[in-house]
Ligand binder design. Sequence first.
Ligand SMILES: Cc1ncc(COP(=O)(O)O)c(C=O)c1O
Length: 411
Amino acid sequence: MLVPMDATWDIEGIRSQYPALRDGTAYLDGAGGTQVPEAVIEAISAAHRSGLSNVHGPFASSRRSMKLIADAREAVADLIGGEAGGVVLGPNMTTLTYRLAGALAKTWEPGDEIVVTELDHDANIRPWVQAAASAGVTVRWARIDPQTTDLSAGQYAELVTSRTRLVAVAAASNLIGTITDVAKIAQIAHAAGALVYVDAVAAAPHLRLDMSSLGADLVAVSAYKWCGPHAGAVAASPELLETLRPDKLAPSSDEVPDRFELGTAGLANMAGIAAAVDHLANLVAGEGDRRQRLDRSFAALTVREDVMVRDTISRLTGIPGVRMIGAPTRRTGTICFSVGSLAPGQVASRLGEQDIAVWSGHAYAWELTRALGIRDTGGAIRASLAPYTTQSDLDRLVEAVAAMVVGGGQT
Ligand SMILES: Cc1ncc(COP(=O)(O)O)c(C=O)c1O
C-alpha cells in the first residue's frame, strides 16, 4: 500500500463535500462521469429556487439566467485558458462536436482533407468522418503505436498536406489514458493552415489545460467529467467563431457564441458548471484568482494521480493473468486492463457486486479497441481516478482483482 505524502491534498475534507461517496462505493468510474460535490448540487438548486426565466426578458429572473450563462462561459474559459466570448455551451460534447463539424464542413471544398485518429473517443471521429463524406473531403487517419499506444506526433508530417483543413485529436484517451502531444501536432497542422479541434474531455479532469500553449483552435470539454453537471462546452476564439455560419433558426441570436447554441439552455446546470470549476480551483487551499488557483489544484492533482496510478499499475501487473492495456509514455489517471480469461463485463460485474465501480467494454473508443484487437472480445476494464479517489479505493480494486484470479479468472 502506498499513501501519497501530499499534505496539501486534504482528501477527507474533499470527500466530505461529496454526498454520493457516503454509500461506501469505490467510484473508480470517473472517466465515465464523476460524482458532484455539495457546492454544485447547491448551486443548481439555488438557481432553481431563485427563479429563472427565459433569456432576453425585461425582468430580473431573465437577467439572472443570462448571468448564469455568462458565468458558466467565464468558468469554462478559466478551466481551459480560453476567452469567455468564445465558449459555446450545450448539452454534451458529442452534440457540440456534430454542431461544429457541420459548421466547419461548410467551409470545406471537395478534395480537401481532414485528419482524425484511431486513439480518440468516437465523438471526435464520427462527426468529422460523416461531415467529410457529405463535403467530398478525404479522411486521413493517425495511428497509435501498437506497443506503447502513444500517438506519435511525427506521423502528422506525412498526414498533413496543403489540402488539410482540420486536425481532430484528443488531448488524452478516455480508455487507456494516453496523453498526446497536441502542441507538436498543432504546430504541424498550423504550418499547413489547418485548424486543430482538441477533444479535451478525458484530459480536463486530470491536467491543467491552456488552449494557447496547446495550439488548439477549438477545445471540447464535458462538465460531468470534472465534478459538474451533465453539460458540455466547446471553446474557440470569438474571431474564429465569427467566420462560421452554423445552421440555426431564423429568429435566434446571430451573435457569437450564441449562434452555435440551439434552443433553450439547461439554465440551472449553468450554475453547476461555474460551481464545479470553483470547486476544482479550491481543491488546494491558497490565494489567487481562479486561474491561479486552478494552476495550483491541478499541479497537486497531477502529481497525486501519477503516484497512485503508477503504484496501482505495478500491483495489478503483479497479479498473475492481469494484462495492462496500453503503456503510454504519458498518461492520465486512467488505467485499462484485462483479467485472465474473464470477460471484461464479467470482471466489472463482480467488482460491482463489491461496490467497486469500474467500466468495461469499448467505452466508445471504437477505433482504438479495434486497433488493439480487443473490440470483439468485450473490450477492457477501465478504472479511473477523480479528485476524491482514495488509496483505499485502489486497494479494494487490487485486492478484489487478486481474489478473482485466485477464484478462477486465470487462463
Ligand atoms: C474523450 C471523450 N470524448 C468525448 C466524449 C463524449 O462526451 P459527451 O458525453 O459529453 O458527449 C467522452 C465521453 O465519455 C469522452 O470520454
